[in-house]
Design a protein around this ligand. Sequence first.
Ligand SMILES: *Cc1c(COP(=O)(O)O)cnc(C)c1O
Length: 399
Amino acid sequence: MDKRYEHMETAVIHEGYDSKHHLGSLATPIFQTSTFTFETAEQGENRFAGKEDGYIYSRLGNPTVRALEERIAHLEGGEAGLAFSSGMAAVSAVLISLTKANDHILCSPGLYGCTFGFLQMLREKYKISHDFCEMSNEQQIREMIRPETACIYVETPINPTMKMIDLALVARVAKENNIPVVVDNTFATPYLQRPLELGCDIVLHSATKYICGHGDVIAGLVVGKKEFISSMAMTTQKDIGGTISPFDAWLLLRGLKTLHVRMDRHSENAAKIFQELKQHPMIEAIYYPGDIAHPDYHITEKQLKQGGGLISFEIKGSKEDIQRFLNELKLIKIAVSLGDAETLIQHPATMTHSVVPEPARWKMGITNQLVRLSIGLESWQDIWADLDQAISKLTVKKV
Ligand SMILES: *Cc1c(COP(=O)(O)O)cnc(C)c1O
């Protein structure tokens, strides 16, 4: 089971599973069991004592889940992986594992809303403070690191401005100070961006998004050093209990098999849609990592294999106009989440970021005109035709 496939296209399909050990079953079996029987009392004792490998109870480990953990660890180029019941279970477990009361976390700006909420909770309940740093140069990061800084937490590319953070640069400064760097790699996936290779220490995912790819699972994944992962498995994972179900792990194993094919197509489709949107007179601003005019394009070029499937843009008009535009869409679904086969669109100001007070929202670049598009796997011509007809409804009314 410790096979390591050099090419990601092969690893997404084979890593972590060998049919030889499972009666030849091509698909990974779903071990839908809560517990595992011991042949003898002594065996039970040895498993609990860690003297013998083997399963005990599914909150502590399950073969279907283990296959997923091995696969994602390999895809991210890390030593070990751990699966969770949601992206937020992964985020919270990592941050709890790395900190103690009175510590400090240095974050990139514009974090995922619930991660932001969890940081507030850590501050209120455990006096674990945090600061936001643009992370655009080494000096700026150095100045914001404190003696009690327990980790640097980075999300890149981020919503909605698609700002890129130079992970190699952040990792360099963190190493000088012996601080681990955690990267939320949800938007890019290991197919497009590999933070551990750039010197970062821990990668996490909302596997709900591109890793699953089919909009039918809520899950999270973490990859890092063996020591960190096993201590997390035996503390935050075991005692807080955000365990993934074997069936959900199986759906993720299935989704992963096409990760490379899907990401290629998401990126290709997004590049086409970007070209169309960019030249549309009703589009006021557009954010897409693959845009050569994006101020962070020099980072994208060295860090992201392709532009990915997300585009944010502003349409000329009022909030009501934007809602009218959304209501006119036929193929494209109005929904939060991202990374699915279906093209999804959402209005951050009234949806994902509605809890953020207005001035703070504007600072994050979230205006009432902004929409976020997760480009699916449909024909890009169909996606564009739908956007175009819905936008045109606004111009007709306006003239
Ligand atoms: C969705 C998301 C999360 C949270 O993941 P869940 O699976 O919804 O718990 C965290 N980070 C990013 C970037 C996300 O998009």
